[in-house]
Design a protein around this ligand. Structure first.
Ligand code: B12
Length: 439
């Protein structure tokens, strides 16, 4: 028996002007190069749960679905795709099924729209993959594959997480690899389409398991760069400190996504630096109250943090850890003034890296639900527009064209060589000053 694990990769914006910019602007090109090669940790994890008598192959598919169907003599193919490439995933599934190969689909989009996905698969998994996979394989072997494996109430614990099969990857292809240290998030941002949508609770992977994964990676890549595939690392500060102390001994450099509250804890920041953290990505979302108000649904947490944004960034960057500040353009309540506001904030805060995206109603999110009820989704089912750069809804304080052109101008300004150098110079100046004053 042979299973093909197929990850859909290679998304580009649909808007041609943005694609052109993406290929030319220095700041953009740099970030795109670093992340372009990340593999699908979800599929490597499922491969880790597959009995060793089953032959497995991991394939990243960025090509044209009609032109080159990956061939591997598979009995079963497991396809993973985010929303932006889901239609290609469906086409691929059709082709495999036409060739007599059984197809399983799973992941965030499939969990959001199971009825849609079922039309293209022999079986689907909704929710986290781990609790379903062994049962699904056993059913397949018996010729009794079920249509739906729903794990959303399975109460899966990351203490039972398998070792992902990193050895399936071609060592030449990757410059960084992902490890998941926690899953979910305690906050509920309206637009969030990450694993908070499939994992009801915030869960932590035991420190020993994380370290074991890093050691396994080091057997293949002696000096790896690690990206934590977490929604929000360090929510549990006590656990995080234990993890970071253990990480110190591993001598790796790493990157993660966290929230701004890490700036409140000097000990945590010190441990992050000493354990090899080079950059932390933080969803700042908007530099204004009108933009942030109501984004986080439990306690308006993000809006309440706004006043401390500048100081918090300074405190993190004073450790020599760069901040990649992410902003969403087109948030409700924000109009054409928001482009200049983001630009000004990026300039004044000395953010080393800035990421801007367009508000994106991913299926399965409260944002999608709300915009759909308000009749504001422009093209229903146009999932290929869920790239984070294409606009597929009517903003409430500007026109669609204003959002598109304002976004393009902002991208040009933010990622220009001059502005990138200016921000980095500002960062280095601040770092020298903080080192001098022992902050
Ligand atoms: C690492 C990462 C990447 C990497 C690697 C992607 C990959 N192939 O896995 C890179 C940098 C390449 C990437 C690219 C993009 N990403 Co990204 N990425 C992430 C990140 C940070 C972590 C994902 C991860 O590894 N999770 C850990 C694994 C274990 O979880 P998982 O993949 O969900 O898999 C589990 C289940 O879903 C399920 N499962 C998944 N697939 C399958 C398949 C089968 C058959 C089964 C049974 C089960 C199953 O089982 C797994 C174990 O439980 C998340 C944000 C986050 N913090 O979660 C965003 C995120 C997943 N990305 C996102 C987006 C939008 C993109 C891009 C479109 C951005 C862009 N414009 O380029 C592209 C699209 C890539 C593509 N080709 O489709 C969105 C997805 C939203 C959505 N619903 O579509 C997220 C949630 C971030 C966000 N902005 O909200 N991304």
């Amino acid at each position: 028996m042979k299973i093909g694990f197929v990850a859909m990769s290679g998304v580009r914006a649909v808007n041609p002007r943005l694609n052109e910019l993406g290929l030319t602007l220095p700041g953009f090109v740099e970030r795109n190069k670093t992340i372009a090669s990340l593999p699908s940790l979800g599929l490597l994890t499922l491969a880790g749960l597959t009995p060793r008598d089953v032959a497995v192959e991991y394939i990243e598919f960025s090509g044209d679905v009609e032109a080159d169907l990956p061939d591997g003599d598979f009995d079963l193919v497991a396809i993973s795709s985010f929303t932006a490439r889901i239609k290609d995933a469906y086409r691929l599934a059709d082709l495999y099924r036409a060739a007599g190969v059984k197809v399983v689909l799973g992941g965030l989009h499939v969990s959001a729209l199971p009825h849609e996905a079922l039309q293209y698969a022999d079986a689907i998994v909704t929710g986290e993959g781990e609790p379903a996979w062994p049962r699904l394989l056993a059913d397949f072997r018996k010729g009794r594959l079920q249509r739906v494996y729903d794990t959303r109430d399975a109460g899966f614990s990351l203490a039972d997480a398998p070792m992902p099969r990193f050895e399936l990857l071609d060592p030449e292809r990757y410059n960084r690899l992902t490890v998941q240290t926690q899953r979910g998030c305690p906050y509920r941002c309206e637009f969030c389409a990450a694993s908070v949508r499939i994992s009801k609770t915030y869960k932590i992977k035991p420190v020993e398991k994380v370290i074991a994964e890093i050691r396994r990676i080091k057997e293949i890549w002696p000096a790896p760069f690690i990206e934590f595939a977490d929604d929000n690392s360090f929510v549990n500060k006590a656990h995080s400190k234990r993890l970071l102390r253990a990480l110190q001994k591993e001598h790796v450099r790493w990157f993660t996504e966290a929230d701004i509250s890490i700036a409140d804890d000097d000990e945590l920041l010190g441990l992050m630096k000493d354990s090899g953290c080079t950059q932390v990505l933080i969803g700042l979302e908007s530099p204004t109250l009108v933009g942030l108000d109501g984004i986080e649904k439990k306690g308006n947490w993000k809006a309440r943090r706004l006043d401390e944004y500048m100081r918090s960034i300074e405190r993190i960057q004073a450790q020599g850890i760069t901040v990649n500040g992410c902003f969403v353009l087109g948030l409700d309540g924000t109009g054409s003034e928001s482009f200049a506001e983001v630009w000004r904030f990026a300039r004044d805060s000395a953010l080393y890296e800035v990421q801007v995206t367009v508000m994106t109603p991913f299926p399965g999110t409260p944002l999608y639900e709300r915009l759909s009820n308000e009749g504001r989704i422009l093209q229903k089912g146009a999932w290929e527009l869920c790239t984070l750069f294409d606009v597929n809804y009517s903003p409430n304080m500007m026109s669609c064209t204003e959002l598109e052109s304002g976004f393009q101008n902002l991208v040009e300004k933010l990622y220009s060589d001059d502005f990138t150098q200016e921000r980095r110079h500002h960062f280095r100046q601040q770092l020298r000053a903080s080192q001098k004053w022992g902050r």
